[in-house]
Design a protein around this ligand. Structure first.
Ligand SMILES: [Zn+2]
Length: 454
């Protein structure tokens, strides 16, 4: 019997803490050998892939993806959304709860899991929405494998809004009681509503009105509420999609207090500014809005000093016609941008520009999200015993984003026309190649992931 099912040789391997030329031995879907240099001549492997000098990153772990199914399949489904992931070097997607119905009960979770198990081509975990209306469901959701519990301080579903600090405290205590992770969308419902009232009174329907509708103070106040009340409740809190220098400053200060707090940033907030609303109109409408160049700099600085822990895509596709409906009135456009296919190329390009290095890329986009969402040791790192998830990337090749067809049903990208240096050549999930040279294997099947017991 061969020593390995698959041998990947000739790679520049990005393992935790070091980058080196070497080879990988894969067995039963896991890394069985991670070694420097060339493999011994007498080594037996059922199959051999020569990486030809490409860089081997851990398959990325996206902790923030909206895949829409069931109920909103015209926007995305598990087949197209996970194909987009595979095309982008993403081996694991953790999926936000906004299907129809949303994932608010253990029954919703089980139904969605069954659908995804039939269609997903990369591994997946499922997130649940939580609010005052479904606190009784938390133990069953946790037992069913919900990988996080998502709270919304603005734009909440019916019954899920936190009308005051006491309500937010009770929800955080309930998440803490089941040992779950609380993902919090930080915003101020009251400030947002006040801003929108003023803008409507002024007759504003232009794209920049959206930027003004979500003042930075709202995000910073939301982050402070969630962090402080999470600390009081003894909850593990993950702040979602921060976009402003104000929020970065607040989180930096609050992290000094200790507590179990992490924070996330999305690629579009690291790579785009609100100027895109003038250029792309409704196609650049996202929450929180794209901000100013000073915010972009603050977010990168926040990553580098550890204030921000990780990057997630907030992949949130909508049909082109839905986005078009906001062409003359920005309020009519749904919010959200597709991002799974462009995430890694954008970050590789940022490596080429000196914004970060490969070790940081692997940490922020794979290792840290895996650890935070209870998948540490199994996902997000090239190390013996971990799932053999890989993204093979070419750092030298250039591409223009959005020129070829995309797997996401959205069919567009807010990065259209952007020239990047660095492309994804192949993606492996548990030792199986699920994408090569842009072609996704539709026969691959992802596995359901739950957090390791804490
Ligand atoms: Zn989102």
């Amino acid at each position: 019997m061969a020593a390995f099912d698959l041998l990947v040789r000739g790679a520049r391997i990005v393992a935790p803490g070091r980058v080196f030329p070497g080879w990988l031995g894969l067995r039963d879907g896991r890394f069985a050998a991670v070694e420097e240099g060339v493999p011994p001549a007498d080594l037996e492997a059922a199959e051999v892939h020569d990486a030809g000098g490409l860089v081997a990153l851990p398959g990325l772990v996206d902790c923030h993806a909206h895949l829409r199914e069931p109920g909103l399949e015209h926007k995305e489904d598990f087949a197209t959304g996970t194909a987009a992931a595979a095309a982008g070097g993403v081996a694991t997607v953790l999926v936000q709860p906004f299907s129809r119905p949303p994932v608010a009960t253990a029954v919703d979770l089980a139904r969605r899991r069954a659908i995804a198990e039939q269609k997903a081509v990369v591994d997946f975990g499922l997130q649940a929405v939580v609010g005052p209306a479904n606190l009784d469901e938390l133990p069953a959701l946790q037992a069913g494998g919900a990988i996080s519990f998502e709270l919304f301080l603005a734009d909440a579903l019916e019954g899920m809004a936190m009308p005051d600090d006491a309500a937010l405290l009770r929800v955080l205590e309930a998440v803490a009681a089941v040992g779950g992770l609380a993902g919090v969308y930080c915003e101020s419902e009251a400030l947002k509503n006040e801003a929108i009232r003023r803008l409507e009174r002024a007759g504003r329907v232009d794209p920049q009105a959206h930027t003004l509708s979500r003042p930075p103070a709202g995000e910073a106040l939301g982050a402070a509420r969630a962090a402080l009340l999470g600390r009081q409740a003894g909850a593990r809190v993950h702040l979602r999609q921060l976009s402003t220098r104000e929020a970065v400053a607040v989180v930096r200060a609050l992290k000094e207090l200790g507590g179990d707090l992490t924070a996330e940033v999305n690629p579009h907030h690291l790579c785009l500014t609100s100027a895109e609303l003038d250029r792309q109109g409704p196609y650049a409408r996202v929450n929180p809005p794209l901000r100013e160049a000073e915010d972009v700099e603050a977010l990168w600085a926040g990553l580098h000093d550890g204030t921000l822990d990780l990057i997630g895509t907030d992949h949130a596709p909508h049909a082109r016609e839905e986005k078009e409906s906001g062409r003359d009135n920005i309020w009519r456009a749904p919010t959200g941008l597709p991002g799974l296919e462009t995430w890694l190329p954008l970050l590789l390009d940022a490596v080429a520009r000196g914004r970060l290095d490969l070790l940081q890329l692997a940490r922020w986009c794979a290792e840290a999200p895996a650890r935070r969402f209870g998948l540490g040791g199994r996902k997000g790192a090239i190390q013996v015993g971990a799932d053999a998830d890989l993204a093979l990337v070419d750092l030298q090749r250039e591409a223009v984003l959005g020129q070829g067809p995309l797997y996401t049903k959205a069919g567009y990208t807010p990065f259209h026309g952007r020239r990047v240096r660095g492309i994804v050549q192949a993606t492996y999930v548990r030792g199986r190649q699920v994408m090569r040279a842009g072609r996704v294997d539709p026969g691959a099947r992802g596995a359901f992931l739950r957090s390791e017991a804490r």
